[in-house]
Design a protein around this ligand. Sequence first.
Ligand code: SAM
Length: 309
Amino acid sequence: MEKFEQIFSYINEKAEKYEQSESISFLEGVLQSLENILDEKDTWIGKDASKEEIRKAIQIAILKGMRKTSQPNHQMTPDTLGILVGYFVEQFYEDQLKNSQLSVLDPALGTGNLLLTVMNLLDGKVSATGIEVDELLIRLAADTAELIEQPVVLYHQDALQKMLVDPVDAVVCDLPVGYYPNEEVALDYELCAHEGMSYAHHLFIEQSMNHTKDGGYLFLLIPANLFETEQAKDLHKFLKKHAWIQAVIQLPENLFASKAHEKSLLIIQKQSKTLRAPREVLLAKVPNMSNKQALSMFFEKVQVWKKNK
Ligand code: SAM
């Protein structure tokens, strides 16, 4: 058995035990088992494992728990998307990463899988902040970060309300999609809907920009139809005024359960007086991940764009 499978089996066994003995959900059982490991009530078999082996093992246990409870808010960003976001963060910050740390914010942290995948990829070069409204998810994220020793400061709060976070170099976020219920808070945003409820994903883009340094990049997993809805005109106007669109990357359809769930990766840069917009926006489609030749052509296209940008 591979190391990550051994760790998964261990957490799985403990979680099933707590599920039975304490009448809690399997996901709460996973949390309980991580907390017992951190409190040294249970032995930790992952001491000699890599950060990625531990992250993957916990991720599989969480995914199992999510399938069992099927809460609509409980969604995890899959590894393929996390690795792709990490690749782009590395490309856009290549020079800075050579000699300094990168501060990164994920304002919709969830289980932390997206942020921690990126952090493991750029190991030792990122310090991060995560915000999440769901208590169970943020606790799972906190425990995972602690076990893999990634420096993350976490805030359990509504990310659209006032946040005590200094502007960061970069934002990574798999945006929560839907209407934002707190209409009073929405009034503070330029992207507040003129009529009816505002889109949470639009407000998240604005809030992420508020907490990014001038010239910083935002790597956002957006609904594929983001620019096709009736409120898209306002979003376009907002982006034109405050940001430069760098790239719109379509993702392979087979990664999503249905057309309605399809996402794209939008990369924008917060405008800065000392910088300029890219000559050209990178428009590309990630091919099916199993097609190695098409995949290497995709990465080549990114490199050519980067050289001429
Ligand atoms: N990247 C995450 C991961 O890998 O687990 C998944 C993010 S999921 C698509 C969106 C997350 O946003 C959910 O965990 C949800 O609870 C959270 N969320 C939704 N509205 C929020 C709000 N107003 N403030 C903070 N978090 C929020």
